[in-house]
Design a protein around this ligand. Structure first.
Ligand code: NAD
Length: 355
């Protein structure tokens, strides 16, 4: 990859390569945009096959964080970090101390948190070397597991979509088809159950499905059949790229709203859904709960304030729908447009010097 050219094309600010021979650390930190505030984003650990693969991943993820924070109205920019290594075998306390020192050296331009392959223990090790960390356990003044707030904002976005598309005031009696009953999906199924919705779900983990059937009266379907289930909302909560030219024609729900990151395989998939009359809640609008919750740690976490802020995702979703109608564009394009305008406006603000 021609890194600087790529950075110029998508307006990246900084990419830091971190190497520590003593601890074996090989990591990359990408800061996409700090116009709205310090770049917030998770540290991911994966045994990337090549350095290029790690670089591509960290750049893509950092930029996505800018959009997620900006659409949520946060005073936060987008960043991400990747550690090249196998989370099962390569983790040591020293490795995370070393990573922590690199984060600290950025002086708060990047704020780290947990991501794939990283546990709360790793974050605790990291925080021994840097104060620029969020996502610590509640017992240490942190906001804890981001999955429940993520499920909560998916629900807020879903309610707005149901109001828009089905003219319904609630999810009561509506069928929601959930793909993946993991940390977010299970929490979402719980919330939907409490709302009186009918939940149909698939997961490759049979035990999770059994538990959901028992606890939440979820109807289980085979993972391969999930796209064909007739319902009101399809909620992707497993992995990315699942909305594509093969799956979209199969969908039997007029709304798509879930937690998975990067749900569209390509930009054209938003148009494909629009053409089929499907209302799509852009993933980074609906799943903003985790990052919203984490950002509140920076000003001292308060549960009531967090709930109020998380509820605003419904208003944001309504704004996105409104914009997509007024400007005749997909909801995905409308969300991007709102973000880009917010950042461009913030860039115009001139600093006021008092001396
Ligand atoms: P998770 O790993 O806990 O859950 C994913 C679930 O999907 C697992 O139970 C897994 O068995 C299941 N699954 C895997 N393949 C499947 C298939 N083919 N069909 C059906 N189910 C399948 O992950 P999570 O934390 O719940 O995250 C889910 C998605 O939401 C991810 O895309 C993640 O990036 C995104 N997300 C999560 C958070 C969060 O706070 N956890 C925040 C924002 C976005």
């Amino acid at each position: 990859m021609n890194t600087l050219e790529y950075m110029a094309r998508y307006n990246y600010e900084q990419v830091v390569f971190c190497y520590d021979g003593g601890t074996g650390l090989r990591a990359i930190i990408a800061i996409h945009d700090t116009t709205l505030g310090p770049a917030l984003g998770g540290v991911r650990m994966r045994p990337y096959a090549t350095e290029d693969e790690a670089l591509t991943d960290v750049l893509r993820l950092a930029r996505a964080m800018t959009y997620k924070a900006a659409i949520a109205g946060l005073a936060q920019g987008g960043g991400k970090a990747v550690i090249i290594g196998d989370p099962a075998t390569d983790k040591t306390e020293a490795l995370f101390h070393s990573m922590g020192r690199y984060v600290q050296a950025l002086g708060g331009r990047y704020i780290a948190t947990e991501d794939v392959g990283i546990t709360v223990r790793d974050i605790e090790w990291l925080s021994a070397e840097t104060e620029h960390v969020v996502g610590l356990p509640v017992s240490q003044g942190g906001s804890g597991d981001p999955s429940p707030p993520t499920a909560f904002t998916v629900l807020q976005a879903m309610k707005v979509c149901v109001q828009e598309k089905l003219a319904a005031d609630s999810l009561k009696g509506r069928t929601v088809v959930v793909q993946g009953l993991g940390k977010v999906g299970y929490n979402l199924a719980h919330l939907l159950h409490d709302e009186g919705a009918i939940v149909v779900a698939a997961d490759v983990n049979a035990e999770l499905l059994r538990q959901a059937r028992r606890e939440l009266r979820v109807t289980a379907v085979d993972p391969d059949d999930i796209y064909d289930v007739v319902g009101d909302v399809f909620a992707p909560c497993a992995f990315g790229g699942i909305l594509n030219s093969k799956t979209i024609p199969r969908l039997k729900c007029p709304i798509v709203c879930g937690s998975a990151n990067n749900q569209l395989l390509e930009d054209a998939d938003a148009k494909r859904m629009e053409k089929r009359g499907i209302l799509y809640a852009p993933d980074y609008v609906a799943n903003g709960g985790g990052v919203i919750n984490l950002s509140l740690e920076l000003t001292g976490y308060d549960l009531d304030a967090a709930r109020d802020k998380l509820r605003t995702v419904g208003d944001t979703m309504a704004k996105v729908i409104q914009r997509s109608k007024s400007d005749k564009m997909t909801t995905a394009e409308a969300a991007d447009r709102i973000v880009e305008e917010r950042i461009a406006a913030a860039r115009k603000v001139k600093p006021i010097y008092l001396e």
